[in-house]
Design a protein around this ligand. Structure first.
Ligand SMILES: [Zn+2]
Length: 122
């Protein structure tokens, strides 16, 4: 070997250099892999959070667009339905909402025609 680089080192020294280079590359590879992993996690988190934001926005829009029924109104409806079914053989109700300048009136109507106003105005 007449290479000027190799000629100035002994075999052991070259071996040591090679070993050091190998160790450095190994550490470098581990660091890069760790960085990639962190980047992947971050990208996933950003995607997940933005998905949650979209979902939250959609739910809020549904809520404001729709006519929410309160817990108390729901309880009153359930009570009325249970009572009504004691005498009515029809099965099936429809909800009717009437927007008025004073607020939204909510009426439940049975197939038989019976009505229950669960959201009263004023
Ligand atoms: Zn009925």
């Amino acid at each position: 070997m007449d290479n000027i680089f190799f000629n100035q080192y002994t075999f052991d020294e070259l071996l040591e250099m090679l070993k050091n280079k190998y160790e450095w590359l190994k550490l470098h590879k581990e660091r890069v892999e760790k960085e990639n992993e962190e980047h992947r996690n971050k990208t996933y988190e950003i995607g997940y959070v933005s998905k949650l934001r979209e979902e939250n926005k959609r739910l809020k829009e549904d809520y404001y667009r729709g006519f929410p029924i309160s817990k108390e109104e729901k309880e009153a409806i359930d009570k009325w339905v249970a009572e009504h079914y004691k005498t009515c053989k029809e099965k099936g109700f429809s909800y009717h909402f009437y927007p008025t300048p004073l607020g939204v009136a909510g009426v439940m109507v049975c197939s038989c025609g019976a009505k229950f106003e669960f959201q009263e105005i004023g």
